[in-house]
Ligand binder design. Structure first.
Ligand code: SAJ
Length: 432
């Protein structure tokens, strides 16, 4: 059993720290934010998933997970800090247009590497888990660590291993998902595999650090491109006057076809971000950039659907159901609903918002999203737009909804409702 210092106690760092603790390791959870540490101590978790809460609570109670405001020496250092998109971007020439491509902001990874360099001892292993553009571990992290005077592959070990857990099911996926581990040399790979073998109940694949970084980004880019294809199908189906979901369901009866689900676009901190990371050091990005455009454009398509029922939206009351980026989570990062809120303001519509999972203070003032109850949001509404597939929206009662609304229009971007039942209750229905 080893001593592990986890750098960054966010969405991945904290569950990983707790998982390591429950598998017998002695863990130091280090975060630069005292507020983050304070919330964890009070078990006020920003992502509340049932198994995760008990895992973290047990780890803290056992005394083997210690929260720290200063990093400590350890056999393993895990880098789990955030890598947001750098908003400034860089201009690129595509189809005679200059577009803004987005880049990874690696400042937190660099700062964590600097901190580790101060603590690094011969024989230690550093593993980067933060999502990063290909080449980052070998080209950016390595020289920062080697400023310690120690050499990677000789004096200390250095590897990359991506997290692949699905928000909503983090604890189980940490244990059961296959893992990819890539070291800067074989010894680094072996040392990292040893740590993951202690809690991963699945295959641990080995490769180089840069290939591991690439594979992770390829997974989320695959999803983004496939969702874009499904969204394109949805728009095409409407032009042919047929239901996209029915066409996709039938398309998927083929053994080698797996079309994704259309919707209002792609949110979260991974799928809409990772294609940009993958593209960062290459110009071969035609398809990736196109998929990003298609998915980001879905919010405009949703507005178009509402307009197809109501015409000019100036002064119309639109009830938007679902602010979280996907069903049954409270996370609003990059949520299509936040973009919809901005687009609706442009149309002059009066939008109200409901979400049974999202807390009011997690939506910034600038997002133009004030949450209200379902009945307040839909009272006198001219249209209801379902943006998120929360279970709570599956059994909405069309009759009661119609009684509250001014005009019975339903735009269902997630195919949550029974179209016939709502039509029978007098609704004009559009589904994406
Ligand atoms: N979505 C669709 N249609 C679909 C599937 C998803 O529109 O058919 C939308 C969702 O509504 C959501 C977005 O895509 O807005 C992303 O949701 P998601 O469930 O696909 O993925 P995330 O962002 O919650 O988590 C992804 C996962 N990656 C893959 O499935 C390849 C997860 O396993 C990763 O660990 C995570 O990114 C991450 O951290 O990278």
């Amino acid at each position: 059993m080893s001593r592990v210092c986890v750098h960054g106690l966010g969405y991945i760092g904290l569950p990983t720290a707790a998982m390591l603790t429950s598998n017998g390791h002695e863990v130091v959870g280090f975060d630069t934010s005292e507020r983050v540490l304070d919330r964890i101590e009070r078990l006020d978790l920003q992502f509340d998933e049932p198994e995760l809460r008990s895992l973290v609570s047990d780890a803290l109670d056992s005394g083997d997970l210690v929260l720290a405001t200063e990093p400590e020496t350890a056999d393993y250092h895990l880098v789990c800090v955030p890598t947001p998109l750098d908003a400034s971007g860089v201009g690129t020439q595509t189809d005679n247009r200059t577009e803004l491509r987005k880049r990874a902001d690696l400042s937190a990874v660099e700062a964590a590497s600097d901190t580790i360099a101060d603590e690094l001892r011969p024989g230690d292993t550093v593993i980067v888990e933060s999502t990063v553009p290909p080449g980052t571990t070998a080209e950016t992290v390595r020289p920062i660590l080697e400023a310690s005077g120690l050499t990677a592959g000789e004096d200390f070990r250095l590897a990359y291993s991506p997290e692949t857990v699905l928000p909503g099911d983090v604890a189980r996926e940490l244990r059961e998902n296959d893992r990819i581990v890539g070291g800067v040399d074989d010894g680094s790979t072996r040392s990292a595999v040893e740590l993951y073998d202690s809690f991963v109940d699945a295959t641990v694949y080995t490769t180089t650090a840069t290939t591991a970084e690439f594979a992770k980004l390829a997974q989320n880019t695959f999803r983004d491109v496939n969702i874009a294809l499904a969204n394109e199908f949805a728009k095409l189906a409407r032009d042919y006057g047929i239901e996209s979901r029915e066409a996709i369901r039938l398309g998927n009866t083929h053994p080698r076809v797996d079309i994704h689900r259309p919707g209002p676009g792609v949110g979260g901190h991974c799928v809409p971000v990772d294609p940009w990371f993958l593209a960062e050091h290459s110009d071969r990005t035609e398809l990736l950039e196109c998929a990003r455009r298609v998915n980001d454009g879905m919010v405009g398509y949703v507005v178009e659907l509402v307009r197809s029922h109501l015409g000019d939206l100036d002064g119309r009351r639109i009830a938007v159901l679902g602010v979280a980026y996907k069903g049954n989570v409270a996370d609003v990062r990059q949520s299509p609903t936040l973009r919809l809120a901005h687009e609706l303001v442009e149309t002059g519509a009066d939008a109200s918002f409901h979400d049974p999972h999202v807390e009011a203070d997690s939506v910034a003032q600038s997002e133009r999203v004030a949450l209200s109850s379902l009945s307040e949001a839909t009272a006198n509404a001219d249209a209801v737009v379902i943006m998120t597939d929360h279970d709570e929206y599956r059994n909405l009662d069309p009759q009661r909804m119609a009684e509250r609304m001014r005009t019975p229009v339903m735009v269902d971007t997630k195919a949550m409702i029974d179209r016939d039942a709502w039509t029978d209750s007098g609704f004009d229905v559009s589904q994406v």
